[in-house]
Design a protein around this ligand. Structure first.
Ligand code: KG4
Ligand code: ZN
Length: 345
């Protein structure tokens, strides 16, 4: 049974993981994620600090992942690494490290697209989170709505026109004085907020009514962020209003994400929806997505938080898939800050 070692260093998590299996019968053997908390004091990821932290920790993180899997480098059959998209300096650390391992061990190297990793994450925990499905990938850097008829075949239906969903959470959280990354604290603050006090615009919800218009599926969060900023500036008692503003913002984001995702699912007659990326940790989003599907019998899947945010298990999982198809990278592999997900049709 092929055993893959995955390496992920695209942003501020240094991660390594061992998975093995064949086809969709894949088991997670270990996962180590070292989060770089240092960025919190800067209110965002500082790229050079991230790269340096990856260089410092990558070998120790990998050793720990091998130990936890009761594995050694000798029984790893392939190395998968995130090569795009992400912070270039951060990616280069993982790519350089993975390449050296693959070369010395004489095993295949697989170049993994980070967003394809997020697509596979839920399937590591839930056997039914497999194609065909509609996918909503919502992270700090990306917001993608995809139709997935099969692994490796991705129809991009929509994307954000400005900020990513997670980025919008982080920016609004900052405006509300919450720590970085702001998604989780904002969700907690919103839980105690009055939903009726602030009604923010639902971005791009009514502009198009027809599947042929790109605005039908596309998203946008910058106008909403500005509306929140005006509400904050206009408040005469921010301590009183903070939770209600957080609630109004989150409700607007969630209503939009749910509506656009179901537009995609209905247009392609999918009865499964898979959520991926850090924002998929948001329970309020997950519950709203599920509630909307009760009548149509649509199942909604999201991985647990450690597999929804950046991790190497999803990278190792994609590496097994690409390896089965004989798709290996050469030792001239390099990193790319931005690159479309492979398999777009
Ligand atoms: O996928 P991820 O770990 O990193 C990227 O590839 O960007 O996503 C991180 C993002 C951050 O913007 C963070 O605020 C957001 O996921 N996030 C959340 C929640 N937990 C994490 N957003 C909303 N609600 C949450 N509970
Ligand atoms: Zn990510």
């Amino acid at each position: 049974m092929p055993r893959a070692l995955g390496i992920e260093t695209s942003c501020d998590e240094t991660s390594a993981s061992v998975v093995d299996g064949v086809g969709d019968d894949v088991r997670l053997r270990s996962l180590v994620i070292l989060s770089q908390d240092v960025h919190a004091i800067f209110g965002g990821v500082v790229p050079e600090i991230a790269s340096r932290a990856h260089v410092t920790s990558i070998a120790a993180v990998t050793r720990r992942a091998l130990e936890e899997a009761d594995s050694t480098l000798d029984n790893v059959e392939l190395i998968g690494v995130t090569y795009a998209p992400g912070l270039i300096g951060a990616l280069l650390v993982g790519v350089g490290f993975a390449k050296s391992l693959a070369w010395t061990l004489g095993v295949p190297l697989v170049a993994v697209h980070h967003m394809e990793g997020h697509l596979f994450a839920a399937s590591l925990e839930q056997a039914d989170a497999v194609p065909p499905f509609t996918a909503l990938l919502v992270s700090g850097g990306h917001t993608l709505l995809l139709d997935v008829p099969a692994w490796g075949t991705y129809r991009q239906l929509g994307a954000t026109r400005d900020d990513a969903a997670g980025e919008a959470f982080d920016k609004v959280a900052k405006l509300l004085g919450l720590p970085y990354p702001g998604g989780r604290p904002l969700e907690q603050l919103a839980a105690g907020g009055d939903p009726a006090r602030f009604q923010f615009p639902r971005p791009m919800l009514d502009r198009a009514r027809d599947t042929a218009d790109p605005a039908y599926y596309d998203l946008s969060f910058s106008g909403l962020k500005t509306a929140v900023l005006h509400a904050i500036r206009g408040s005469d008692d921010l301590d009183r209003d903070r939770a209600a503003i957080a609630r109004g913002f989150q409700d607007a984001v969630i209503e939009t994400l749910v509506e656009k995702t179901y537009r995609a699912a209905m247009a392609h007659r999918r009865t499964r929806i898979v959520l991926g990326g850090g924002v998929a940790c948001n329970r309020t989003l997950f519950e709203a997505m599920k509630a909307r599907g009760v009548e149509s019998g649509t199942e909604v899947f999201a991985a647990s938080p450690r597999l929804s945010t950046d991790n190497a298990a999803m990278i190792a999982r994609v590496a097994l898939y690409r390896h089965e198809r004989g798709e290996h990278a050469g030792l001239d592999l390099t990193a790319h800050a931005s690159r479309p997900i492979p398999g777009l049709v």
